[in-house]
Design a protein around this ligand. Structure first.
Ligand SMILES: Cc1cc2nc3c(=O)[nH]c(=O)nc-3n(C[C@H](O)[C@H](O)[C@H](O)COP(=O)(O)OP(=O)(O)OC[C@H]3O[C@@H](n4cnc5c(N)ncnc54)[C@H](O)[C@@H]3O)c2cc1C
Length: 506
């Protein structure tokens, strides 16, 4: 587990959304604002219908559950934490909240990077992490049925003896829940070949804001009966309902890959390698990028054998769909293109130990940058723009300009094959001027993402950090549709009010 950040009062004060969020948990757009009642609602009747001990009112325990991993995302003072032990607990909690118009924040493992699971004033934190049973693995249908609190890695481990795989593999694979992955449509390292969470969600059982329960999606490998309501819940960040059971599609175990590493003394040469390689007809099973700052921070964090002094590194894998000759040919093509674009060094290896070490290095970048941030004033804002691949070259040029203009350090790592970049703005959280510059750089990165034809978030979600930017990305008709859907699913606006949809207008 990575260290959690301690947020400062300065941080709270500087984020515009924080004031809105903590003083009045607003409703969504034109909906009636949902404000925690002035006279606190008596929670004893709720405690009486929940599993024994599920309702927690201890302030310290609540505080420990009020913040996800996003730094600078505001959070308020929640009223209580509910550790759901059953689907009935989830239903009872929502029935009660609906009746008393209390805000509810669904939570998994709190590894989110956008503040989506953060507490707000007067809210009930509805944590489903303890619903963590793998209910069924069906080798004929090739599905697994899980409760939302199952950790992604636990599902992968349970499937391995059956020769089956559940591909989505966010960097948080060891600590995030499948429910949270569904609610954020989590991606990861393998998406470039195997897709994201939504590509594996077959069926969902969801408790709606009023406590009613429904199962959406399809029972079979195919099915076109009705609208794709399951798809609507994927990526809805807890604003439409609480997912209590998930049926995911599985695939046969993924073959071992061959790994390649290319080093560059100019990150734009790495960008051109990405675009040319992705248009070569090869579909890698992984294509990641680390810039020079990220490499330096990783080397400072642990010994993963990464080189010193490179401006960028591409990490690529191909499994050739199980055919060694094909994988070898794919990597040879990568090597040819990287050299043609000016790579200073390219190494190809079929040794699983090399592969594991490089992947471990890539997965450690979040922790490595956190360590750097902690030693340099504690400030870190993680962007998540996703760009058309051919815009990556221009994007890296703009990142340099943004770092220079706002005088901040920007470290870029990302899922290069998808164009999904994570520029990390690193700054001194104790210096108001540094904080203001970092916030401007964070915004400038999202503006650049949109300008270059991309999106503000490829996988981390909107939460509270990017809600102002969602209103800039969606056109007016799309905003109206979002709010109409929200009202239909949650007419009293109890679910995560003022978060993802909080800045949209009808
Ligand atoms: C080191 C690190 C690496 C990461 N790498 C990646 C990555 O590569 N790709 C990626 O996509 N993300 C990544 N993340 C972000 C994060 O892990 C994902 O967003 C993950 O899906 C969140 O899961 P969680 O269980 O922690 O959910 P939480 O953080 O608890 O919640 C996330 C959101 O989902 C909602 N939610 C949670 N559970 C439910 C439920 N059962 N029903 C309805 N709503 C619910 C919450 O309200 C919130 O809006 C990373 C995070 C860390 C710390």
């Amino acid at each position: 587990m990575s260290p959690t950040h301690t947020r400062t009062t300065e941080q709270d004060a500087t984020v515009q959304d924080a004031t809105v969020q903590t003083t009045q948990p607003a409703g969504t757009g034109p909906d009636q604002p949902l404000t925690a009642p002035e006279v606190p609602v008596d929670l004893a009747p709720l405690a009486a219908v929940l599993s024994p001990g599920a309702l927690v009112e201890d302030a310290d325990i609540i505080a420990a559950h009020t913040q996800d991993r996003a730094v600078f995302a505001p959070s308020g003072r929640a009223r209580a934490l509910i550790r759901a032990r059953s689907t009935e607990d989830v239903q009872e909690a929502l029935r009660f909240a609906h009746e008393h118009r209390l805000p509810v924040i669904p939570q998994g493992a709190l590894t989110g990077l956008s503040g989506g699971a953060n507490g707000i004033d007067g809210a009930l934190l509805l944590n489903v992490a303890q619903l963590d049973d793998i209910l069924d693995i069906d080798t004929v249908e090739q599905t697994a049925t899980v409760q939302p609190g199952v950790i992604n890695r636990a599902l992968k481990d349970a499937l391995a003896p059956h020769g089956l795989a559940y591909p989505p593999d966010p960097g948080s694979v060891d600590i995030s829940t499948i429910g949270g992955n569904v609610a954020t449509n989590a991606g990861g390292l393998c998406c470039v070949k195997y897709g994201v969470t939504k590509d594996y969600v077959r069926r969902l059982t969801v408790v709606l804001a009023d406590g009613s329960i429904t199962t959406v999606g399809r029972p079979t490998a195919k099915g076109v009966a009705g609208l794709d309501l399951a798809g609507l819940f994927v990526g809805s960040e807890g604003t439409l309902g609480v997912v209590v059971e998930i049926v995911v599609d599985l695939i046969p175990a993924i073959p071992d890959p061959i790994t390649g590493v290319a080093l560059f003394d100019d990150i734009r040469a790495a960008a051109r390698t990405i675009t040319e390689f992705m248009s070569s007809g090869v579909r890698p099973s992984l294509l990641e990028i680390l810039d020079g700052t990220s490499i330096e921070c990783i080397n400072d964090y642990g010994d993963f054998g990464l080189p010193e002094g490179a401006a960028a590194m591409l990490l690529v894998q191909s499994n050739g769909d199980g055919v060694l000759e094909k994988a070898t040919k794919d990597l040879a093509e990568f090597e040819r293109i990287a050299h043609a674009q000016g790579a200073t060094e390219v190494t190809i290896s079929d040794d699983p130990e090399d592969s594991e070490m490089f992947i471990a290095a890539r997965r450690s970048v979040g922790h490595a940058l956190e360590k750097y941030a902690m030693n340099h004033g504690g400030g870190e804002l993680v962007d998540d723009v996703c760009l058309p691949r051919k815009a990556l070259d221009e994007f890296f040029a703009r990142m340099r300009e943004i770092a220079r203009e706002f005088d901040v350090l920007v470290a870029v790592a990302g899922h290069a094959g998808d164009g999904n970049m994570h520029p990390n703005v690193l700054f001194d959280a104790g210096d108001p001027d540094s904080v203001a510059r970092a916030q401007s750089a964070f915004d400038a990165i999202m503006a650049t993402g949109l300008e270059l034809g991309g999106t503000i978030t490829g996988e981390h979600g909107v939460g509270v950090l990017k809600k102002r930017w969602l209103a800039r990305e969606l056109d007016p008709v799309a905003q109206r549709l979002h709010l109409a859907i929200k009202r239909e699913f949650d007419p009293r606006g109890v679910l995560s009010p003022g978060k993802m949809l909080g800045e949209l207008s009808a």
